[in-house]
Design a protein around this ligand. Sequence first.
Ligand SMILES: Cc1cc2nc3c(=O)[nH]c(=O)nc-3n(C[C@H](O)[C@H](O)[C@H](O)COP(=O)(O)OP(=O)(O)OC[C@H]3O[C@@H](n4cnc5c(N)ncnc54)[C@H](O)[C@@H]3O)c2cc1C
Length: 278
Amino acid sequence: MKPAPFAYKKARSLEEAVALLGETDARLLAGGQSLIATLNMRLSAPSLLIDINGITGLDRIAAKGNMVEIGALVRHAQAERSDMIGKLAPLSARALPHIGHPAIRNRGTLGGSIAFADPAAEMPACLIALYGEVEVTGPKGKRTINAEDFFKGLFETALGPQDVLTAIRIPAATKDTRVGFAELARRHGDYAIVGLAASARADGKGLADVRLSYFGVGSTPTRARKAEDALASGDVEAAVAALDLEPHDDVQATAAVKKHLAGVLLRRVAKQLMEPRA
Ligand SMILES: Cc1cc2nc3c(=O)[nH]c(=O)nc-3n(C[C@H](O)[C@H](O)[C@H](O)COP(=O)(O)OP(=O)(O)OC[C@H]3O[C@@H](n4cnc5c(N)ncnc54)[C@H](O)[C@@H]3O)c2cc1C
């Protein structure tokens, strides 16, 4: 199929993009890896596409204080190759190779992935696991939204109609940071049936501040809070038994299979969390 007709404008600045978003039924175009597919399938038919790829300064990865800031236009492949991400954001580094295929990672952006908010996507779950935040620019200027408050529902976020997501920020890993990541997909590169992004802080021989952020089990990334508490007390099987998730059947698997796989992933990720950082 072909998309419905649309106009195209290339924004040269954030201010221009925000102003253009004020026009009826306009949509931002970043890497196009999700948006163009929805247009081609006529799942959406905006009258104007605003290309933000020409806006300078949104493609940078930088350490800022104790945070790592990743600009909205940083491509998945660029982040995957970044030494800074490898060192200071090791959970994201583990998750990035699981996003689609190289061609998709070459164009797809971190900002697009967070803004699109696919419940089976890796980056939103990592952002929740890492106490991350989202920087947004709208008609009234810049504001910061905590990741926990950003994902509102299925493909629904706290972004307003004239907002541009400009960056994400995550606390830089320290020597005590522990991370774990695993997902189950039919083939490498497919969206996961179930996935788990996790972080914790080493505390003596145990773990503290455990965050288990599942994807593919609900309409948003979903924390398993009771399992987090059980894992912090050192009992992996108790954590599996406590898994407080309520997945629904979908095209990939039944709810019961997803719940079972969530436990399998938790055992794998718990081992990773307990390994000292290299
Ligand atoms: C075959 C295939 C397999 C894939 N597999 C995976 C996978 O396994 N895991 C995964 O996570 N993703 C997967 N993707 C999606 C891919 O990661 C996309 O790159 C990502 O979801 C969207 O990023 P984008 O830059 O391409 O955004 P676009 O497609 O350009 O935009 C997506 C949406 O976000 C909005 N948007 C984009 N940027 C901004 C911004 N800065 N501010 C506000 N709104 C914005 C757009 O208006 C649009 O509504 C796959 C895609 C394909 C085609």
